[in-house]
Each structure stands twice: as structure tokens, then as C-alpha cells.
Design a protein around this ligand. Sequence first.
Ligand code: 5GP
Ligand code: MN
Length: 340
Amino acid sequence: MDTRNIQVVKDLLATPQKIVIVAHQNPDGDAIGSSLGLFYFLKSMPEHQVSVVMPNDFPEFLKWLPGVDEVQIFEKDMEGVSAIISRASVIFTLDFNTFSRVGKMEMALREATAKFVMIDHHQLPDTYATATFSDVTMSSTSEYVFHVIKSLQPEYLISKEIGTCLYTGIMTDTGSFRYATTSPTTHRVAATLLEAGVSNAAIHEHVFDANTPQRMNLLGVALKNLVVLPEYRTAYITLTQQELDENHFRKGDTEGFVNYALSVRGVILAAIFIENKQEQIVKISFRSKGIFSVNDFARNYFNGGGHINAAGGRSNKSLEETIIEFKTILKEHKASLNAD
Ligand code: 5GP
Ligand code: MN
């Protein structure tokens, strides 16, 4: 842990602050889990005012987490949330590292006069923060928050609430402890959270056994649309706006679909292309195995980024054109896709 940065945060928290915690657009389990975990920790210091804000709403399968009622959504109350941000003296930005990741809330962050603290595990952090905790080897921002808490207050006893939030973030961002960033330390942190009273079985059930029939039907459509390109060791899925509408799509419904493409034998690059007529974009998720960097791929061709093996991006072209473009780009990468 970076002791200089820890000291910077300690100094900030030494006087009463108006704190805002914010995570990225389309918040996932790690974004919400790390934010609420940190929220409960900071709330245990009564001298501070603490708010949690998100650019837009988060999926139903996270709405059972302790503290979700505290989360204020910018998209639902732009004036209110902008006011909270402009009044803040300290803003923690979690699970992202560049202001463009907060969508329409970007301006509010840019205009803020607060000191920023970044806690994140994505590549290429921007330099807006007074204290930048950035480590791409970290399994999740939630694990990172655990280490920051423990560095700030080594004797601090993690409560069941904090533990539940952080465990959810770690579990979802590591694909239930299966991705390569899951370290021995990740498991030790998880063990500590279980000792704090966290119920791993209950969390798994809340997150993974919360499928609606509509989501299962949409998954059926997605799997039917699966295309495998063995020559590129690539598989992709498409979903049109019409297919989403027909299956009563709700936010979060397509979460994890891309992993089915990656689970095809021999595939090392997977993508899902989801048409969004309202925003006039195609939202893309990429996953890979091994050294093929979807972070670079998304960054170079699809206005996105993320991690080496999990990234996202977007295209302003039609779904059909986007697929054609994707296949053209694949040609250029044929050698590296077949490298090992
Ligand atoms: P997902 O595909 O699950 O939406 O995102 C996978 C990873 O890529 C996440 O860590 C997420 O933060 C990141 N990511 C997703 N979309 C974008 C994007 O448009 N830009 C950047 N920089 N990162 C993204
Ligand atoms: Mn994360």
C-alpha cells in the first residue's frame, strides 16, 4: 500500500469533511459494492457528512445490498446531485479513473472544487486526484477499498455491512474468484469478510439466482445469435433493439452474456454487441483469455477500455456496420489471435 497516499487521506479525514463517493456509469457489483463498503466505513466517523452518488441506476440484482437506499442517482435528480457534488470537499472516485466514465455527470465532476481520491484497478489512470490508488493487479476496487481501510485504521473491525458490500464487489469482479487477478490475498480478504459474518451463500443467491423469465428468454435469443469464427478463435453475440424490446429488457439483463461466447471451446476473444436505439450507439463488451488485450482492442477501435481480459466500448455505426468493422479488424489481428 502506498503510504504517502494513505497519509494524504488520513490528513484529509483529520478534519470534518463533506464527502461524496461516486462510481462509474452503469454501475456493476464492484462499483456499488466498493462505494457502499467505503460509505459505511466513512460513516463510522460521525464528524463527516457522507453521500453516495451514481451517474445512473444500477441493476435489480444489487438492490438488496445494505445501504442501497442511500444511493442518489444523477439521472433521476440532476440538480440535487450536482449540488451535492459542488458542495463536496472530498470526492472519492471508485472503480474508474477518467471523468469520461461518468457519462452526463462528467461536467459536475470537472467543475467540482473538492479534493479527489481515486481508488481503482483499471489501466491508464488520469491525474485528477490528490491521492491516486491505482493498481491493475488488484482483483477489484472492493478488495482495494478493504486494503485502504486496513491501512488507514489497522485495528478497524470490518462490520457485516461493509463485508457484505465488499464481498459482493470482489465476487462479481472476479467471476466468483476465477479470473487471473484473484490472488492469494484476494482469498485472504474474502476469508476475513466471512469471519465478519458475511454469508457467501446468501450473496451468491441474491446475485446469481435472481433471473427473471424475461432475462432467461433474452439469453436464449443471445445464444441463438452466437457466431463462432474459429479462424480467429473468436465468438460474438448480437442483440438488436427489437430483440431487447420483445423480451422486456431491463438494465443489467445482458450482464454476463458475453461469457457464454468466451466459454466456447478454443475461443480466446469474445464480444457482445448490443444495439441501443435511444442513444444511437452499439454498446460492446469484450472478453479475452491469455495475453490478447481487449483493453487495447477497445481503446484503439471502439472508444473504450477496461482491463486486459475484460473491456467495453461503443460504436456510433449501425449494428450491421459495426459487425462488418469488427470482422475487418479481426483480419489484422489474425496472427496474434492464433499466437499460442
Ligand atoms: P463490461 O463489458 O462488463 O461493461 O465492462 C468490462 C470492463 O470494461 C469494466 O471494468 C468496465 O469498467 C470497462 N468498460 C466498459 N465499458 C467501457 C468504456 O466504454 N470505456 C472504458 N474506458 N472502460 C469500459
Ligand atoms: Mn471493478
